[in-house]
Write a protein that binds this ligand. Structure first.
Ligand code: ARG
Ligand code: ZN
Length: 863
């Protein structure tokens, strides 16, 4: 059943304290939950949320309640009739953590008890007002029969006491002084290796930092510990925010649906975002660990101290925290590279979501299953919206707005409007039109027309905006621009604001720039200053000028992307061979062999659009034509740049393998470029020079970045070394599931018809496990983005994905739902595929026990 944002009603009761006792047991954990409850209006009955719980008994102020007379148990609720104004309520219930394969609530997997409560998992632990605007102080006691099996019993806040009961149970008690919503509650029990350190806050408070990891993995936790300390320092320096408890714990678990969870003082992490060493993790893995550690830490202020009033406000904490995480990563050193990668995510995944049946505003209006809304829209577009505010206001004013937001909302459950109001007050600006970014879905498209008058030395720029959602009112769009002379010098005419940001607020607006003695090159959307499409009509010459001379790295990169995209679209339109402009090839040759340009940026220039990315540009998607064009583009670059690719690989190889500089920016950049070069070179299957370098790089045992880069190059180009390298890699890494995930993923993403049979075969491999989300994502979610193979004309790709979804529907609906998304946008394909997709979607809809997660998406898609 759907819930609407407009129906928000403040809770009728507050729960001021919660005293929880967990008697942990694999199949029958007993939970005793004592709450101090207060009435806030004249509602007679208290209705608590609860799912899949076995109720034992209910006591109200020491009176044992009688079923039917005093209370009623529903399938998803417990109603207590006629409660007094203020009372103590004790609920006793049992749960089965071992049977919990959905990994929501309290579950046991790989010998560890752990919990995941966001968004609505707490109601699978005990009956409660499981909504984010009910803030309570929690005290939690964990009891176990066998202390040796569970030496670490953890919950939020500070450890306040330990002991043994008369029956011989060991217990540990935790108290969290900060009132919090139930979704931030967590418990963990298990046997771990423990890495400890301390951090002293700006105010001089000593904080104990603890990482709990699987036995034997301690040496893989050091990097995450450093990342945590860096995050704590960065948040003090850039945002003036310090940590507020005496202890910060991170637990790495192997079974986890998402990336990580910011539970107060006790983060629970998917182990892939904690564990990393150079032999088994790629540079990108390290970068991801740092980003996710930062993200969860930054939530302590943007999420925990200030939380969300209701789940429609999710982007209040997620968009803002992703923005903070992105700024943290950027300040750590590779700002331009990060920005380009973030833009790629927006364009390939968020624009796609906005164009499909699940399109929603960053503050949605209607939700069936909240777990379906942890999306690229809420997270990444939400961050882009915060970034636009930052662009409009500037760092200083934005930070003043943050201080205001925190001063006014600390300890509260807030709304997106509260955030905007703080920004308005700090800046004195009216953000009424800007607010539309929160309520309107869809991707605006801007069109730019320029007109130069030599006589008046004047450039007139007309910018218009249109939306893919006809009902949308015009957005307030910050457009950062660069003006370049034909020779590439930066121009700054007097009409251009100091921050170079034009503000488009009307459907169409004209901007004029004077004092220009020749027609300049006008480059809009520097730094991707707004999450919009840009309908570009610039000439080849202008694009080439931008690729060479724009100050902003994103603009240079984007101009090259447009040249690729033009070539691909022409080849598709003409059904003929793909051709690339000579000026583009010459430019790429120059960048490859120029020892002075940043190799990371050169690597990104060489990254061609994905099939999925190109598909997102079409209203009706020509699947095989896109596949053909992308293949030709890859081969054309491999052939056209062969000599320079080899030269660049040789030039950067020493830096890529420099042990002293192992994790320096320079070494990471060198490895990025070596991998990119090899990714093309491996297409030259007859070249001995390539064969030798593929082998040399695959043998670079100390660096997973290089080893996996070589493997991926060989496998994706179907080089004759692929089979033996796959076998060697599996043999070397069979004991390490996170590394084997890469091995699964690289095979699932081969752009060849054989991948379907391969994925099918790999579901039987010992490295695969249906019950572990990381394995399913590595093999099946990876395949679901292998565009042309998923959309094979005979429907074999759909069949593969659908059988996985059916299998996971009851076992783990959150994972099943993630696999479903690439099938929803069926209207954009040809008749035959539309028929096949409609058929599989209605098959799924007819499944008995269809999970709400799947139901919501299928309904949206078929309506
Ligand atoms: N709040 C977590 C984070 O941003 C994600 C939790 C996702 N939970 C879910 N049920 N989808 O890091
Ligand atoms: Zn988050």
């Amino acid at each position: 059943t759907a819930r609407y944002r407009k129906d928000y009603k403040a809770p009728s009761f507050s729960i001021d304290t919660v005293d929880l006792h967990f008697y942990l047991d694999d199949t029958c954990t007993r939970v005793v939950n004592t709450m101090q409850v207060q009435k806030r209006d004249d509602e007679p009955d208290l209705v608590l949320d609860g799912e899949q719980l076995q109720l034992v008994q209910v006591t109200l102020d020491d009176r044992l309640l009688v079923a039917e007379q005093d209370y009623k148990v529903g399938r998803k609720s417990l109603t207590i009739y006629n409660v007094p104004a203020q009372f103590s309520l004790t609920i006793e219930n049992t749960i089965n953590p071992s049977a919990n394969t959905a990994l929501e609530g309290l579950y046991k997997s790989a010998g560890v008890f752990c919990s995941q409560c966001e968004a609505e998992g707490f109601r699978r632990i005990t009956y409660f007002l499981d909504r984010p605007d009910v803030l309570s102080v929690y005290t939690t006691t964990l009891y176990v029969a066998n202390k040796e099996e569970y030496p670490h019993l953890l919950s939020n806040g500070n450890k306040v006491d330990t002991g043994t009961t008369a029956e011989g149970l060991s217990w540990v008690r935790w108290h969290d002084p900060y009132p919090k919503p139930s979704y931030l509650f967590a418990v963990v029990a298990g046997d771990f290796d423990l890495l400890e350190d301390t951090y002293t806050t700006a105010e001089g408070r000593q904080v104990l930092l603890q990482f709990f990891v699987d036995k034997g993995n301690l040496n893989k936790a050091y990097f995450a510990m450093e990342a945590l300390k860096n995050s704590m320092r960065w948040d003090e320096q850039r945002f003036g925010l310090s940590y507020d408890l005496d202890i910060y714990m991170v637990v790495a678990v192997d079974f986890f649906n998402m990336g990580a969870m910011e539970n107060k003082g006790l983060n629970v992490f998917n182990s892939k975002f904690v564990l990393a060493d150079e032999a088994s993790a790629t540079d990108q893995d390290f970068i991801n660990v740092e980003a996710v550690i930062g993200h969860e830490y930054f939530h302590n202020w943007t999420g925990n101290r200030i939380t969300c009033r209701d789940w429609f406000q999710l982007s209040l904490k997620e968009g803002l925290t992703v923005f903070r995480e992105q700024e943290f990563s950027a300040d750590q050193g590779m700002r331009a590279v990060n920005r380009i990668q973030d833009v790629r995510i927006m364009r390939t995944h968020q624009f796609e979501e906005d164009a499909g049946p699940m399109a929603h505003a960053i503050r949605p209006d209607i939700v069936v299953e909240m777990n379906n809304f942890y999306t690229v829209t809420i997270y990444n577009k939400g961050a882009e919206v915060v970034r636009m505010l930052h662009t409009l206001l500037g760092e200083q004013t934005f930070q003043a707005g943050m201080r205001r937001y925190i001063a006014d909302n600390d300890g509260k459950a807030a709304t997106c409007n509260d955030f905007l109001q703080a920004m308005e007050q700090a800046s004195g600006r009216n953000l009424n039109q800007f607010k539309r970014w929160y309520s309107q879905a869809g991707t605006p498209e801007i069109s730019v027309q320029t007109d130069y008058s030599r006589r008046q030395r004047k450039l007139t720029v007309t910018i218009s905006q249109a939306s893919d959602k006809p009902a949308n009112a015009p957005f307030h769009i910050p457009i950062q621009v660069e003006l370049l002379s034909q020779q590439g010098e930066p121009l700054h005419p007097p009409e251009l604001p100091v921050n170079s940001v034009l503000e488009l607020t009307e459907p169409e607006q004209t901007f004029t720039f004077t004092g220009l003695k020749e027609a300049p090159v006008f480059a809009p959307l520097a730094n991707f200053s707004a999450p919009v499409k840009c309908n570009d009509t610039r000439s080849l010459d202008e694009l080439i000028t931008i690729t060479r001379f724009a100050q902003d790295a994103f603009l240079r990169w984007d101009a090259v992307q447009q040249l690729y995209s033009q070539a691909v679209h022409e080849a598709i339109a003409q059904g003929g061979a793909l051709t690339l402009p000579n000026a583009l090839i010459d430019g790429l040759k120059a960048s490859l062999t120029d020892g002075n340009s940043d190799p990371a940026l050169v690597a990104l220039l060489l990254q061609i659009p994905s099939e999925e990315g190109v598909a997102a540009e079409f209203k009706y998607v020509p699947v095989s034509a896109i596949h053909r064009a992308i293949t030709e583009l890859h081969e054309a670059l491999a052939r056209g740049l062969y000599t320079e690719l080899l030269q660049a690989w040789d030039m950067h190889w020493p830096q890529a393998t420099d042990k002293q500089a192992a994790f320096s920016k320079e070494a990471i950049a060198a490895r990025m470029l070596c991998n990119t070069c090899l990714g093309y070179l491996a297409a030259m299957t007859d070249s001995e020079a390539v064969h030798e370098r593929l082998q040399r790089q695959f043998a670079a045992e100390q660096s997973m970045t290089l080893v996996f880069g070589a493997l991926q190059a060989a496998v994706h180009n179907q080089h004759r070394l692929a089979e033996v390298q796959l076998a060697q890699f599996a043999n070397r890494w069979q004991h390490d599931p996170l590394v084997m995930d890469k091995w699964l993923a690289v095979q699932a993403t081969v752009r060849h018809a054989s991948s379907i049979a391969k994925v099918h075969e790999l579901t039987e491999h010992s490295a695969f496990d249906w019950s572990n989300p990381n394995r399913v994502y590595a093999l099946l979610a990876s395949f679901s983005h292998n565009f042309a193979q998923l959309h094979q004309a005979d429907g074999a790709g759909y069949a593969l994905l659908v059988s996985a979804i059916k299998r996971l529907n009851t076992a783990n609906p959150q994972v099943a739902s993630r696999l479903l998304s690439p099938l929803l946008n069926w209207r954009r394909f040809n008749d035959a595929r539309q028929g096949l997709l409609q058929q599989v979607l209605s098959d799924l809809r007819n499944m008995p026990d269809l999970a709400p997660d799947l139901f919501e998406k299928i309904e949206q898609s078929l309506r």
